[in-house]
Ligand binder design. Structure first.
Ligand SMILES: Nc1ncnc2c1ncn2[C@@H]1O[C@H](COP(=O)(O)OP(=O)(O)O)[C@@H](O)[C@H]1O
Ligand SMILES: [Mg+2]
Length: 232
């Protein structure tokens, strides 16, 4: 398939949500970036809001945002990748209150627009699961609707994932957003019957599986990119 066809299908980019926190959103987002780049697209990552940052001479830096920046080409400015860098590793509302920061949609929209101007696709990683609020009166769905992005759901493959995945897919649709695919993430090396679970997910989720990333001791997003099927 031509780079043009992929560019059309992935124009603007995608919002990556997950069944929970710690289930492979960052790994999947970085893998998506490499997969898009391998198909000839300029692809950059974004983590609009991150809680849990290290203080560096350059400013506050978050691990997810740094990984997304490193997987991007062209290389975006850190401030555009991660407009809200909250120091404490807490739920966004609590971390923002602690930092005395008011989280608004506008800076995230503006940063996204700057990234989108330089790239064919922006892969935007969310915070926690779909219903994790960004601020008191700002849900992730508000951001996704404002950016008009389709959604990819990362399913952390572990016991309980069918419930989390089905609830997430329902909530995404109920919020007026469009689920375009899901990625299975092998977070639990001890999970039993992974293939059967993947088949049940595929039968029940209303969007195609883009691929699955089996558990690996040291997962490498560049090497995993070939496992994703990005056909429109
Ligand atoms: N397929 C996988 N194989 C091995 N480790 C994984 C896999 N997916 C995720 N992990 C690990 O699980 C942890 C959480 O993944 P991460 O992508 O940071 O999740 P999230 O962004 O959802 O919080 C990381 O240490 C990551 O390397
Ligand atoms: Mg992450």
């Amino acid at each position: 398939m031509s780079a043009d066809a992929h560019r059309d299908a992935w124009a603007g980019g995608v919002f990556v949500t997950g069944t929970d926190t710690g289930i492979g959103k960052t790994l999947s987002s970085c893998t998506l970036l490499h997969a898009l780049r391998a198909r000839g697209l300029r692809a950059v990552g974004m983590k609009p809001l991150a809680s849990g940052c290290e203080s560096t001479p350059a400013g506050l830096r978050n691990e997810d945002a740094l990984a997304l920046q490193a997987a991007s080409d062209p290389r975006p400015a850190y401030g555009d990748v991660n407009p809200y860098a909250l120091p404490a590793p807490l739920a966004p509302e609590i971390a923002a209150r602690e930092a005395g920061i008011a989280v608004d949609l506008a800076p995230m929209r503006e940063a996204y627009a700057r990234l989108a101007a330089e790239a064919d696709a922006v892969v935007v990683e969310g915070v926690g699961g779909w219903a994790a609020p960004l601020a008191t009166d700002l849900m992730q769905a508000d951001l996704v609707r404002a950016l008009q992005l389709p959604v990819v759901l990362v399913v952390g493959l572990r016991l309980g994932c069918l419930n989390h995945a089905i609830l997430s897919a329902r909530a995404i649709a109920a919020d007026g957003c469009r689920l375009v695919g899901w990625i299975g993430s092998g977070v639990d090396p001890a999970m039993l019957r992974i293939d059967e679970n993947r088949a049940l997910l595929a039968a029940r989720l209303p969007a195609p599986c883009l691929g699955w990333l089996p558990w690996q001791a040291a997962p490498d997003p560049a090497a995993l990119a070939a496992r994703l099927d990005l056909r429109p």
